[in-house]
Design a binder for this molecule. Structure first.
Ligand SMILES: NC(=O)c1ccc[n+]([C@@H]2O[C@H](COP(=O)([O-])OP(=O)(O)OC[C@H]3O[C@@H](n4cnc5c(N)ncnc54)[C@H](OP(=O)(O)O)[C@@H]3O)[C@@H](O)[C@H]2O)c1
Length: 369
């Protein structure tokens, strides 16, 4: 029996994350691309005209979007009238305030919003999802709907792209009591929506600063690990995380170096136990069969030269996380150190957004209007 597909809009379709959404949704079993939207610069043009030479992926532009008209994202009534829900990934001149207003305007037309933007991430009634880890946070949507005055509309968000390269490995270790984490992320240029063609200054270059990224890398994991209390997410209080975030000359894939201290040195897991926990970590029950979910969430490489951005970012269509080089710290400053890697525009952005939407569809939060 064929299901009637849910109509999805893509707000920010002409950008880096938008392009990923298009390729992921072109043949999706539940969702159908029904409308594309972007800035007034692109509005009224066909997708091909709007994007011109700016198609950012190595795979070709799917045929089905080439002649679709791009709408002005601020024409909320029109765009929301053409879809059942939207994915949203935009940069706007008014920054977070303008993006929050846009997302809530869509929600108020009873159009659920699955967002990659940071504007709504800190609200305790907005689930910030890595579905394998905190899928149950979707339960706060009821509280959010009361705030927005909606029946079916809501905003659900993805966390920052960098944290997927270490939060999945830390999560199954939390039961031992993690005291502190030091993380450095080495982030690909697609994380700022760019290719080498658009950003030639990044060839043979490293930039030691990414605006706003360190605060997100330190704070957002605590929301992911939070509990629901009275219909709101209460952030976890520990561990303490400190970070440095660096831009490196790589197309895709954020790599993290991670140092961990446990609360009680006499009750820390062995290296073998940690690797077993990673390999067996499946996330919440009933989750694994979603179309975009990887069969194996965390891969552990015994080879010290892995994971590598070029070789390993595309594992399981860019939705698996990889880890390697787990070892004790010979200096004794930390209990363990390891390397993590995730694909920033797939698992860390559009792929994670599609996976969240699949979960919300399965749980009845995304329906045909
Ligand atoms: N890249 C990543 O790895 C990544 C990961 C996680 C989250 N994110 C987040 O996702 C969002 C988009 O990132 P990106 O990398 O895709 O950026 P991008 O490539 O620069 O794309 C920006 C998009 O925003 C649209 N836009 C600009 N001004 C607008 C306006 N006034 N109204 C409506 N749309 C407007 C652009 O449309 P025009 O083409 O018409 O200008 C374009 O579609 C950002 O919030 C970013 O932080 C990105």
């Amino acid at each position: 029996m064929s299901i009637q597909k849910i109509n999805a809009g893509i707000i920010g379709a002409t950008g880096m994350v938008g392009h990923r959404f298009i390729t992921l949704l072109a043949e999706h079993p539940y969702f159908n691309i029904s409308v594309l939207a972007a800035s007034p610069r692109s509005a009224g043009k066909t997708f091909t005209e709007a994007v011109g030479e700016r198609w950012k992926l190595s795979v070709p532009m799917p045929e089905l979007v080439k002649d679709m008209i791009v709408y002005d994202a601020s024409d909320v009534e029109k765009v929301s009238g053409m879809c059942d829900f939207v994915f949203c990934a935009v940069e706007m001149p008014g920054g977070k305030k303008e993006i929050k207003e846009l997302e809530e305007a869509y929600a108020r037309t009873e159009t659920p919003v699955i967002s990659n933007n940071s504007a709504c991430r800190n609200f305790p009634d907005v689930p910030m999802l890595i579905p394998e880890i905190n899928g149950s946070h979707i339960n706060v949507i009821e509280t959010q709907r009361k705030r927005l005055g909606t029946k079916t509309g809501f905003v659900a968000v993805k966390p920052n792209c960098s944290i997927q390269s270490y939060v999945p490995m830390l999560t199954p270790l939390l039961k031992y009591g993690i005291k502190e984490v030091v993380v450095s992320t080495y982030q690909a240029i697609s994380g700022s929506g760019k290719t080498f063609k658009e950003w030639p200054e990044m060839i043979d270059n490293v930039i030691p600063y990414i605006g706003g990224e360190e605060e997100k890398s330190e704070k957002e994991p605590l929301k992911i690990w939070g509990n629901i209390n009275n219909g709101l997410i209460e952030n976890a209080q520990s561990p303490v995380i400190t970070s440095q975030c660096i831009r490196i000359p790589v197309t895709d894939g954020h790599l993290a170096t991670v140092f961990v201290n446990f609360e009680d040195k006499n009750n820390k897991p062995s290296k073998e136990e940690i690797i077993k926990l990673w390999k067996e970590y499946k996330g919440e029950p009933g989750f694994i069969d979603l179309p975009s979910a990887p069969k194996q969430f965390i891969y552990y490489f015994e080879d010290d030269s892995r994971p590598q951005t070029g070789l390993d970012r595309d594992l399981e269509n860019g939705m698996a996380i990889s880890a390697g080089r787990l070892r004790e710290d010979p200096a004794g400053l930390f209990d363990y150190k390891f390397i993590g890697l995730s694909h920033n525009t797939l698992r860390g952005a559009a792929g994670g957004g599609v996976l969240s939407a699949e979960l919300l569809y399965r749980k009845g939060y995304i329906v045909k209007k």
